[in-house]
Design a protein around this ligand. Structure first.
Ligand SMILES: [Zn+2]
Length: 681
């Protein structure tokens, strides 16, 4: 459905002549679909939602006080990370060589974006000054033609003949440029300043001109395509039609070159793909970017492929935590022929349908964030609550698991179980670390995501306000007709399903609230000013309440969240006869830290009739809802040099166990952990 640009979106869509001769859009949403003709929803301006209490207020505070300052220190300490130093050398402010992975520029831009997002809410002048100083350095590092990528620019300073842009697709230039574009848009929306945006404009113009002349082989540089999202956001900010043309072209050229790979999703054209395959970060970023292009163009061939990919991921390839990318390494069995010499390697990748191992699950934090970015864009395009369900699932489980509760340590992979008894080392640490030497892409990604959760909480349409994610907050925004909407939300979600909404300023006309009833929720109830409403409250939908609201009106939504035992499709052979424990959107796990000494997680089984009790505890000064129950334990523990043995019930007894949310695992020292547990029927 085509929407009228002038009648939709929050605030008034103004354009003014900007620097570089480009019009600049005034909407300040993180992802600005306010003028996207094929997006049914648009977003609240950055800074219009303030967390006040509860889960996200707590995470946001840790983000402000620990995550951002800590990671900034890491990235500007050349003894730990050369990320910022690379910019200083490229700018000619210091001497030396480039160090760190080629995608380090992009990691720094993500951290910068987190700072800008934080500034949109707290307006801390110190952050503004910090960003100003940093932008001056980035500006000096940019080449006159707009190209900016510190490995090449530093090499050019040393020997102009040797350095060449886009010489190797694994240089991640477009990935870095994409994050610069997003950071430029976010900084502009947060501060009103065009300093970083102008750098991004020159870089996007460079990319536009590059693709005008690039061979298909060179154009194949789209490794981990953050720039699909970036280029579309640049179009939304500047309304420069060249950028929309570029974004369409970037999708069209995929799969047209020789020797593409399933790992990079470019063996066959995007529109001919039927299965999600290959590197899961690259795949999810591609899907998010294609969804952005759909929102601008209404190209149903893109939506068709996106629907195939979504069904494939959600029905066959996604972990119960919303994690994506089952395999460390593997092959793409359908990639070429069955000649073993030609089978294509994949890494950090989606596996076969139902191939979901637990110890060796890769589930890179960035892939799980990519799942959020993709589903957010699908939600904006369609207003279908099923996308909000996946967003929420990934956020509460496989995104938050990527960072410690104190905000300073990170996981690259997010396995669903871990044991020291597994007699081999995996490539990435299962203890969170402060700096991931080979790939620090995830830490700034998770930090910017937590800084921006408030931007995902609500959406708006012509009809009303959508509640996507619940949490204690105040929303204070201006609607397109100029009226003010202010409401306060009080809730202990996700630990409690009661949500109370109070109008502080209501629009004059009739207005709808679209309250998300999560897919996991049966028996939701709704009161308006204490009276039950005859509204359908179906799981997996938005329930619409339309009326003329007035100040003081109160909406009370109750989303019952009993503890549930979840089982998997039997084709997931690794978890036959096992259950995961879930309450509301939160998946639970068991840690050896909660077992008596000498007791092992492998000995625990969950009785089908287990009776769970909620108990609030604190880990790392963070309130966590734990679950306690009586479970079966088999004390025959020694499996040394034993692969198979006869089942024995001799030592079976019951013990008290405690489960904690999966995202909080590994915050009490080095532990064994399991998410799927055997079921005793
Ligand atoms: Zn990553």
């Amino acid at each position: 459905m085509m929407k009228n640009v002038m009648q939709t979106g929050l605030g008034i869509m103004l354009t003014i002549a900007g620097l570089c001769g480009q019009a600049i859009a005034q909407n300040k949403a993180l992802v600005n679909t306010s003028a996207s003709p094929y997006a049914k929803l648009s977003s609240i301006d950055m800074g219009n939602v303030t967390w006040t209490e509860g889960f996200w207020a707590d995470r946001f505070q840790v983000c402000r006080d620990s995550m951002i300052p800590n990671l900034w220190k890491v990235y500007t300490d050349a003894n730990v990370s050369h990320s910022y130093k690379n910019f200083e050398i490229a700018a000619g402010l210091d001497t030396g060589s480039h160090a760190g992975p080629p995608f380090h520029d992009g990691d720094f831009y993500k951290l910068f974006e987190a700072v800008a997002s934080m500034y949109s809410i707290n307006h801390d002048p110190k952050l503004d000054a910090l960003m100003g100083r940093t932008i001056a350095v980035i500006a000096k590092a940019q080449r006159a033609d707009g190209y900016i990528h510190t490995p090449t620019i530093i090499a050019e300073r040393q020997d102009p003949k040797k350095a060449k842009a886009f010489a190797d697709r694994l240089n991640f230039e477009t990935y870095n440029l994409g994050h610069l574009m997003t950071a430029g848009c976010v900084h502009y929306r947060a501060t009103g300043k065009r300093t970083l945006l102008n750098i991004a404009i020159r870089a996007t113009d460079y990319l536009y001109n590059f693709y005008k002349t690039a061979s298909p082989e060179l154009a194949r540089n789209a490794i981990c395509p953050s720039h699909y999202m970036g280029v579309v956001e640049m179009y939304r900010t500047t309304r420069n039609p060249k950028y929309l043309e570029l974004s369409k072209n970037l999708i069209d050229i995929r799969g047209l070159m020789q020797n593409g790979t399933d790992d990079n999703q470019d063996r066959i054209p995007f529109r001919k793909q039927t299965k999600a395959m290959g590197h899961a970060v690259r795949a999810n970023y591609l899907f998010a970017g294609a969804a952005d292009v759909y929102a601008e163009t209404g190209d149903t061939t893109l939506l068709h492929t996106l629907n195939l990919m979504w069904n494939d991921v959600v029905n066959r390839k996604m972990y119960i935590t919303g994690g994506c990318g089952a395999l460390y390494d593997g092959v793409s069995p359908d990639g070429t022929s069955y000649d073993p010499n030609e089978v294509q390697k994949v890494h950090q990748a989606y596996g076969r349908d139902y191939q979901l191992p637990n110890f060796t699950a890769h589930n890179e934090t960035c892939a799980n964030i990519g799942n959020v970015l993709w589903n957010w864009r699908m939600l904006q395009a369609t207003a279908d609550a099923k996308y909000a369900d996946v967003m929420e699932l990934a956020l509460y489980n496989s995104v938050l698991s990527g960072i410690s509760l104190n905000g300073k340590n990170f996981l690259y992979t997010n396995p669903l179980s871990f044991s020291d008894e597994l007699p081999f080392q995996q490539r990435w640490s299962k203890d969170r670390v402060g700096y991931i030497k080979l790939s620090n892409c995830c830490p700034p990604n998770v930090v910017r995501t937590i800084a921006e959760v408030s931007d995902y909480a609500y959406s708006v349409s012509d009809q009303g306000l959508y509640f996507n994610l619940y949490g204690g907050n105040v929303l204070n925004t201006t609607l397109e007709d100029g009226s003010t909407l202010k409401l306060a939300q009080e809730t202990a979600y996700p630990w409690d399903g009661r949500v109370s909404i109070r109008f502080e300023k209501a629009p004059a006309k009739s207005y709808s609230l679209f309250l998300r009833i999560p897919g996991w929720c049966a028996g939701a109830t709704l009161l308006v000013n204490g009276k039950p409403m005859s509204v359908t409250l179906a799981a997996g939908s938005y329930a619409e309440v339309n009326r003329k609201w007035k100040t003081g009106d109160r909406v009370e939504l109750n989303l019952p969240m009993p503890v549930k035992l979840m089982e998997a499709n039997p084709l997931v052979e690794e978890i036959r006869n096992q259950v995961a424990v879930k309450r509301g959107p939160v998946v639970y796990c068991i840690e050896s830290a909660d077992l008596p000494q000498n007791q092992k997680i492998f000995n625990i089984a969950i009785p089908a009739q287990a009776n769970f009790t909620t108990e609030s505890i604190r880990i790392e000064n963070t309130e966590i809802m734990s679950l306690t129950a009586k479970a079966d334990v088999n004390n025959k523990t020694n499996w040394n040099n034993t692969l198979y043995r006869e089942v024995s019930n001799a030592d079976k007894k019951q013990v008290n166990i405690r489960l904690i949310p999966y995202f909080a695992w590994g915050n009490r020292g080095h532990v064994d952990m399991e998410t799927w547990l055997p079921l005793n029927r």
